[in-house]
Design a binder for this molecule. Structure first.
Ligand SMILES: Cc1cc2nc3c(=O)[nH]c(=O)nc-3n(C[C@H](O)[C@H](O)[C@H](O)COP(=O)(O)OP(=O)(O)OC[C@H]3O[C@@H](n4cnc5c(N)ncnc54)[C@H](O)[C@@H]3O)c2cc1C
Length: 441
């Protein structure tokens, strides 16, 4: 079949929409297929935080609120954004008794928000709407309510097959269908990927909190697991998340416990109003795809990742994929050779630094007592450097606690004994998580 389009893009999240807008702007004939009826509507959990001002996969994104622009200064893309936002300054991790590891002193940082924020919670719906409008203005043919089932190579074309019987052919396909990508499964990538278990997340939104520094990405450790909270775009509103990989736990029940019963933290929500909007997601965690190209289908964003490549990570990969495909088509190179630059870029900035990292465990709350965790949280004498990069957080914690081991052993041998158990049981705990999960092959 002869290609009808230059590129067919499957999935209209931040990755697919950025790819569509960029390919359309480059003059390509583009079809964008999305299973949702109302493309910008958010059903699946996402905090809507954009990482700003520190490198995300080596790219820097900034928010210029005076000129209503979100800009990637390193790649050169810009999106008009005049919606609401709240600043996010970094991570704080709370122990059960309320001690915290602070990645940034928010009280100091909020004195100069424009310079000091590491992120902003924005309206993802408005961001997606803007990208969609621009894609349409560039002539992209948009097909909502179109569920893609399969993809196959036919001669020089790739043909995408949909549930409604329609077919769309392109010289290239960009698979931007998100985590647990159907196209990754169809093209048999999942057989080669490691599986780490299935996580179920639920969030609720609240207005008002008595949390002392709510303008960050906050993790709260409780006897019943770890919860998180982040600002929403609207002033004074927040998302609270519960997440579990256990089959016997119900995320909505965990959320109820957290806001009404959890020691230390439920007090933050006594005066909160719980808003109607709730989101949820189920994610089967698999190792990222090392070589995200097969049969002229190029995978971007979450479609080739473990989970949460991030909105910035997805948009940058969409932009790069569309740019490289436009160049390949200009050169008449409609094969892997044509898009090699994308694969090298992905290897350098995504897979190389982050792809091989093992999925860590979270089961330390099953071993350490609340008192152990309070004690451990009291040890670091200085605040940690400000960041909104979870990989940096893990590295800093590893380094600081590595240096504190002798002291912990001397002061609290029982705590040390339980810390050793966490480590010794890591593999067994991972096996359990895998057995509770649903592998998608
Ligand atoms: C609980 C949670 C909180 C998060 N919070 C943040 C945050 O605060 N900040 C941040 O940067 N990132 C966050 N993320 C991650 C972020 O949501 C993703 O990394 C990002 O949305 C990935 O973009 P994407 O375009 O690759 O995929 P997606 O946004 O998942 O988009 C994929 C699109 O493809 C469509 N699709 C799927 N299958 C098909 C099909 N068969 N046919 C047609 N269409 C299909 C889907 O409907 C969807 O619109 C969070 C994720 C989770 C789970």
């Amino acid at each position: 079949m002869a290609p009808t389009y230059d590129v067919v893009i499957v999935g209209a999240g931040p990755g697919g929409l950025m790819a569509a807008r960029t390919a359309g702007a480059a003059g390509l004939r583009v079809a964008l297929l999305e299973r949702k009826k109302d493309i910008p509507k958010i059903h699946r959990s996402c905090g809507g935080v954009l990482n700003l001002n520190e490198p995300t996969y080596d790219q820097i994104v900034t928010l210029d609120e005076d000129n209503h622009l979100i800009q990637c200064t390193t790649m050169g893309w810009t999106i008009h954004y005049d919606g609401p936002f709240q600043n996010v300054y970094g991570f704080h991790i709370y122990s059960p008794g309320g001690r915290r590891l602070e990645f940034g002193n928010f009280a100091e940082l909020r004195k100069n928000p424009k310079q000091n924020r590491m992120g902003a919670s924005i309206s993802k719906e408005q961001l997606l709407r803007q990208l969609l409008t621009e894609a349409e203005n560039h002539g992209v043919a948009v097909f909502p309510n179109t569920n893609v089932c399969s993809v196959k190579k036919e001669g020089t074309a790739v043909v995408v097959e949909c549930e409604n019987g329609e077919e769309y052919a392109g010289a290239f396909v960009i698979a931007a269908d998100g985590i647990n990508s159907r196209l990754a499964r169809v093209l048999k990538f999942n057989k080669e990927r490691e599986f780490y278990g299935t996580s179920r997340d639920t969030s609720l939104t609240i207005q008002g909190t008595d949390c002392p520094d709510p303008d960050g990405f906050l993790f709260m450790i409780t006897p019943r697991g770890i919860f998180s909270m982040i600002p929403l775009a609207e002033a004074g509103c927040y998302h609270i998340y519960a997440s579990t990989m256990r089959r016997d736990e119900k995320p909505p029940e965990l959320l109820r416990y957290f806001v009404t019963e959890a020691p230390t933290f439920s007090a933050w929500y006594r005066n909160s109003t719980i808003l109607k909007h709730r989101t949820a997601c189920v994610v089967s965690l698999m190792s990222p795809i090392e070589h995200p190209f097969r049969d002229n289908v190029l995978f971007i964003g979450d479609a080739c990742w473990r989970r949460e490549i991030s909105n910035v990570g997805a948009m940058c990969s969409g932009y790069k994929a569309a740019t490289v495909i436009a160049d390949a088509l200009n050169r008449g190179k409609t094969d892997e050779e044509g898009i090699r630059e994308y694969l090298e870029w992905y290897a350098k900035h995504y897979y190389g630094p982050f792809g091989k990292r093992k999925q860590g465990g979270r089961d330390f709350t099953q071993y350490l007592t609340p008192d152990d965790i309070d004690y451990l949280a009291s040890l670091p004498e200085e605040k940690f450097p400000q960041t909104l990069d979870i990989f940096k957080v893990v590295n800093h914690i590893g380094k600081v606690y590595g240096e504190l081991m002798t002291r912990i052993y001397e002061e609290r041998p029982d705590t040390m004994e339980r810390m050793i158990q966490v480590r010794e049981n890591m593999e067994e705990d991972m096996k359990k998580r895998i057995s509770w999960g649903f592998k998608i092959v």
